[in-house]
Structures are given as C-alpha cells and as structure tokens.
Design a protein around this ligand. Structure first.
Ligand SMILES: Cc1ncc(COP(=O)(O)O)c(C=O)c1O
Length: 403
C-alpha cells in the first residue's frame, strides 16, 4: 500500500507553488522529479567520493570505481540482467544510436518499427536505411492504440534484421505485447534481433529482459527518478562481439600502439571517456528507491490514478481521449474538441498544473490520428487522486474560458 503523504515528503520540488497554486506535476513522461535520496547521493558523491574511475590506484579512485561498478550491478538486477550486459549511456536516445551506429547489418537490410515510436526510435533507423540502401517498415496500429501484430509475419522477409519498438507508448501509454512479438519474430527467423525501447516502461512496471528475451533494451534514468544524463543499454551477452564501437577513447582498451590497438571485451568497450559518474550513482539510488516501495506497488498505485483520471475525463463531453486501450501505463493523451492543445496546456499552467502539449516526438502517430498534437497527463508514484480532481476542475474551467 502506497503512503502518498510520506512519498510526497521525499520530493522537495513538490512543495513548490506555481502561479499561486500548489504544483500538480503531470509531466512525468517527459521527466520525473527526484527524491531526496537521489539528490543526496549526488551531493554525497561530490562531497565524499569524487575521483575518476577505472584507472587510479589511489584510495579515492578505487572507492569511486567500486561505487560505479556496484551501481552497475544494482541497475542490472533491476531489469534481471547481468552487470556484464549493461552499458551506461546518456539515455534512451544515446543507447539506440549506439546500436544503430554499431550494428553490422548487411547493406539492403530491412528494419521494422511501429507507427507509435518516439522519434528517437525512428530517426536512427531511418538514417541507417538511407546510408545503407535499407528499408524501414512499419507495423500499423488500430484506433485504440493496439498494434496490428497480425501484420508482423507479412512484414518480415529474409532481409529483416531488426525489430525496434517501444515497450510502452510515450504518447498513448499503451503497453505493447513485446514478449509475444519477440516470440513470433524469432519463430520465423531466430537471427532477427529485437530492440525494446523501455523509456516509458521501466518507470512504471517490473521489467525482466531475460524473460522478455529481447536482444537490446534501452531506457533513461531521468524518467525513473534518477538524474538526467544517465541511461542504460542492455545488450545480450553473446551480441557484444557483433557490435562496432561508434566512439572510442580512454577506458576502452587493453593496449594501444600506433600500429595496433586491442580493446577490452564487454560494456567498457562502449563507455569511452570519463562517464557521468554521479548520474550513474544516482540511477542506482533511484532503482533502490523504487525497490524499497516495490515496483508492483508503484504500478498498482499509478493504475488507480489512471482509472480515476480516465473515468473523470469520460464525463467531460468536450474531451476526446486517444487510445481507449485496456492495457495502459499511467499516461493519457487527450484533446479538447476544437481547441489547440497549447492553449489548454497554457491555461492549465495558470492553475499550477504541468502537462505536456504537442506531438510528443511522435509525429507519425499524430499523422495517423490526423491531429497536430495532444495534451498529455502522465503520472508517477507521488501523484494522488486529489491532484487528479484538481486537474479535472481546472480543465472544466479551462474549457469554459476557451468556449
Ligand atoms: C518512448 C521514448 N523513447 C525515447 C525517448 C527519448 O528519451 P531521452 O530523451 O531520455 O533519450 C523518450 C523520451 O520521451 C520516450 O518516451
């Protein structure tokens, strides 16, 4: 059972007032707020532990290295991976680019994405296809936001090398049946690789990359209570040697000479230069924070919020909600009929309510619905039913003002 009052006390920013109203922060899909334990872990790192890692013999450097590598273990076990399968990145976008630039797919290969992808999971593949005479194919969706997975088999050919898709849609909140898709794709050709974009799943639900059987899995720290600039790329252990490095430099090598350089195996091969150490430490702390609450409890609490918000929104006739799907994470996209989402978002801000407006980096999805953008409310563990009630009241007033 989640004690909202106790949880909210752990997030200093939630005490803030905006436009003379208590902040109601519903922009968690963009980034979450940070609990005191995460903030403290960064302060502690710089006050007591700061040194460069991996190459020092002095005590502080060894301690910082141990902390960094312990963080790798914590983050790995958070998604049921081994620490030898975790590459630290700057975030989801960075991880996807690392695979797109490091893959050894033959020229003319085909890559499959879905209609609901974030631009970060389209553009790297589009660029790869442009540069390599490849072909980008798209799994279509239905109006309720579900994927037309019955089309999957017809999209796969002998040239298909990769399926790259979101676990949870950042715009619709729809949870995709990724395990089933992986099973079906690999049943046709076990060599097809699958990359899952977990930017919007890891913050809301338990993720087990082994059970899912994906080849690559990416997510961002800042969407799950951790610092910006932290992120994770999971790579199945047997695939490390198939990846080219897109960046090299200090920390990646066994030996260097002008004639020949030998690189280390595993994650460090892909972590060139000094990493964002304090952000990684903060990311491990965020995993521990989520573990201490119980990820299942987080999901259950957010689901109650989602149901309440959906029920309340359905009573407002001027509101159109996108993707009336039964399996959703705590994200709702809607529009007020005849009104621009920016106007709705701007007026909600006057009531202290932070929502995101626009295309949410999913323009192909917007095109599918024939709209420019939506208003998106996305919830996190510290949000409450009372905040949803405040939001609904403010939305009703906003609609009156606009009409
Ligand atoms: C589904 C999804 N993928 C990728 C990204 C990009 O994440 P980042 O900007 O942290 O790299 C986002 C961010 O909103 C997202 O929601």
């Amino acid at each position: 059972m989640i004690d909202s009052k106790h949880i909210r006390e752990q997030f200093p920013i939630l005490k803030k007032w905006i436009n003379n109203k208590p902040l109601v922060y519903f922009d968690n899909g963009a980034t979450t707020q940070k609990p005191q334990v995460v903030i403290d872990s960064i302060v502690k790192y710089y006050s007591e532990q700061n040194a460069n890692i991996h190459r020092g013999v002095h005590t502080l450097s060894r301690e910082a290295t141990e902390l960094f590598e312990r963080s790798r273990q914590t983050v790995a076990s958070f998604i049921s991976a081994k620490s030898s399968e975790i590459i630290f990145t700057a975030g989801t976008t960075d991880g996807i680019n690392l695979i797109a630039n490091g893959s050894n797919f033959p020229k003319g290969s085909e890559i499959i994405v879905s209609q609901m992808e974030h631009h970060s999971n389209i553009l790297p593949w589009q660029l790869w296809c442009e540069r390599n005479e490849g072909k980008l194919k798209v799994i279509p969706i239905n109006k309720d936001g579900s994927l037309q997975i019955e089309k999957l088999e017809s999209l796969i050919t002998t040239k298909t090398v990769l399926i790259a898709m979101a676990h949870v849609s950042n715009t619709l909140g729809v949870i995709n049946p990724v395990k089933e898709i992986i099973q079906r794709a690999k049943a046709i050709n076990s060599k097809i690789l699958v990359l899952i974009d977990g930017a919007q799943s890891v913050p809301h639900m338990s993720v087990d990359v082994k059970d899912m059987n994906c080849d690559f899995f990416v997510f961002s720290g800042h969407k799950m209570y951790a610092p910006t600039g932290s992120g994770v790329l999971f790579v199945k252990e047997n695939l490390f040697n198939t990846l080219k490095q897109s960046k090299t430099g200090g920390g990646t090598i066994k030996s260097v000479s002008f004639e020949k350089t030998e690189y280390v195996d595993g994650p460090l091969r892909f972590e060139a230069g000094t990493p964002n150490i304090e952000a990684v430490v903060g990311l491990a702390q965020a995993c521990e924070f989520m573990n201490s609450l119980g990820v299942k409890n987080i999901s259950a609490h957010e689901h109650l919020l989602l149901e309440h918000a959906q029920k309340e929104l359905s009573t407002i006739s001027e509101v159109e909600v996108y993707a009336n799907h039964s399996n959703k994470a705590a994200v709702i996209s809607f529009n007020v009929k005849g009104q621009h989402p920016f106007d709705v978002g701007t007026l909600l801000d006057k009531y202290g309510i932070a929502v995101r407006t626009g295309h949410h980096c999913t323009q192909p999805l917007m095109s599918y619905y024939g709209i420019q953008g939506t208003v998106r409310a996305s919830f996190a563990i510290y949000n409450t039913k009372e905040e949803i009630d405040i939001f609904i009241e403010a939305l009703k007033k906003t609609i009156k003002l606009l009409n």
